[in-house]
Design a binder for this molecule. Structure first.
Ligand code: CTP
Length: 396
């Protein structure tokens, strides 16, 4: 049972925080609520007080003139801070570290895991200011429970709807369960997609954005691991405290993986590695007028995971299988055995809205002892589930 501090900020979705609280309570957690001033225009503090059985924090200076350290007490007692719904204004306050209100002050005084579940109008959510604030919070290790897409209270259709209360509670529990489980372990994650040069400016590449690998690296870091990311052409913000090695081509990634592998406890090979590269990359830029049509001869690259198999010691090795279509799961199972992997993470790239470049994924985690097919969820949540599967495989 954990002590969850639930910050409720202003917005139509504030009433859904009641469901979030009830679900957390049903699962055995204790919830203390802090409300922003505008949240109180949507739901009365009395509702949260009655249902939580605890006083609700509403402002810095309590009515009964108690000494003004309430924010520190709240922060000390909590195992996790969840802000749901997180309005654009509250996210901006958190990103800027403003402490004028009780929730902002508690946020600064709290050094445990923080989750936010944004909810707002689509345009406000997509505004560059909100996107920057969320990126900054993510960089600091704050978990984001992504909003859903659909009909919003204001009649607009788009992204910005508070995630389902059950999914928010799942994210809270995943975060609580994972804390510290990779302390002292060295985790290497490859991420992105390799690019194989055709000439000085063109390449053969793939659509991998690096988001899945990035999420795994961030989750491993939050669990206390020392994390190295082998990055193949990833244009995403870098996480403080993570070591990055640039590996633009399959050959670079092969070298970087061999270098990092001997000293690691876990390798997660999330990068999409080119299977073929142009036989001879041409110097300079191929001149269209001088060429007419021409063929590019492709030669196979080294199978990096295949090359690691004989070098395995105690490492837990996880591969990915982005397969196309219904027969893909069977191919993924065979790939796990062929590449001698502890786990392989399968996803079907023919399904819309998941996989390459998107925020969500729908994965099956396949191990020697069984499989787990997960519903569609954020890549952050997928990362937690993958690491949940890794932890029991580590030697004591
Ligand atoms: N992989 C690798 N080296 C390569 C290609 C892939 O280490 N040259 C890794 C990927 O990072 C991934 C796993 O192997 O974790 C499976 O990648 P995939 O491209 O599906 O495997 P292939 O061996 O290329 O299998 P296929 O026969 O389906 O092409």
């Amino acid at each position: 049972m954990a002590e969850v501090l639930l910050g409720v900020s202003g917005g139509i979705a504030a009433y859904k925080a009641i469901d979030v609280m009830r679900i957390l309570q049903r699962r055995g957690h204790a919830v203390t609520v802090v409300m922003t001033r505008s949240a109180q225009r949507f739901v009365g503090p009395a509702t949260f007080a009655a249902l939580s059985g605890r006083p609700v924090g509403t402002d810095m200076f309590g009515a009964e003139r108690s000494p003004g350290y309430g924010h520190l007490d709240l922060a000390r007692r909590a195992d996790l801070l969840l802000v749901a719904p997180a309005s654009a204004n509250t996210l901006a306050h958190m990103a800027a570290g403003m402490a004028g209100g009780l929730l902002g002050a508690v946020h600064l005084a709290f050094d445990g895991p923080v989750l936010v579940a944004p909810a707002m109008n689509t345009r406000m959510y997509l505004h560059a200011a909100t996107a920057d604030n969320l990126a900054l919070l993510r960089d600091r290790g704050v978990g984001v429970v992504e909003p859903g897409t659909g009909l919003l209270a204001d009649g607009d259709v788009g992204v910005g709807r508070l995630a389902e209360p059950g999914d928010i509670a799942d994210a809270v529990e995943a975060r609580l369960a994972g804390a510290g489980t990779l302390a002292g372990r060295r985790v290497v994650v490859s991420a992105g997609g390799t690019r194989e040069p055709i000439d000085a400016v063109r390449y053969v590449g793939n659509r991998s954005s690096g988001r899945m690998g990035w999420a795994i690296a961030a989750a491993a870091r939050r669990r206390g691991a020392e994390v190295t990311v082998l990055a193949s052409n990833v244009e995403l913000p870098r996480e403080p405290g993570v070591r990055y090695v640039e590996a633009p081509t399959a050959a670079d990634l092969h070298r970087a993986t061999l270098d990092a592998f001997a000293g690691c406890d876990v390798l997660v090979m999330a990068a999409a590695v080119a299977d073929f590269r142009p036989g001879a990359s041409r110097a300079g830029k191929i001149d269209k007028s001088a060429q007419g049509s021409f063929a590019i001869e492709l030669e196979p690259t080294t199978d990096i995971l295949g090359d690691l198999a004989p070098r395995r010691a105690q490492q837990v090795v996880v591969g990915f299988a982005a397969e196309h279509g219904a027969a893909g799961l069977e191919r993924a199972r065979a790939k796990r055995v062929r590449k001698r992997l502890d786990l392989i993470v399968h996803n079907d790239v023919s399904v819309d809205g998941i996989g390459f470049g998107s925020a969500q994924n729908e994965i099956t985690i396949i191990g020697a002892d069984g499989e787990e097919t997960l519903p569609r969820m954020s890549k952050e949540a997928c990362a937690e589930r993958i690491l949940d599967a890794v932890v029991p495989l580590l030697p004591a």
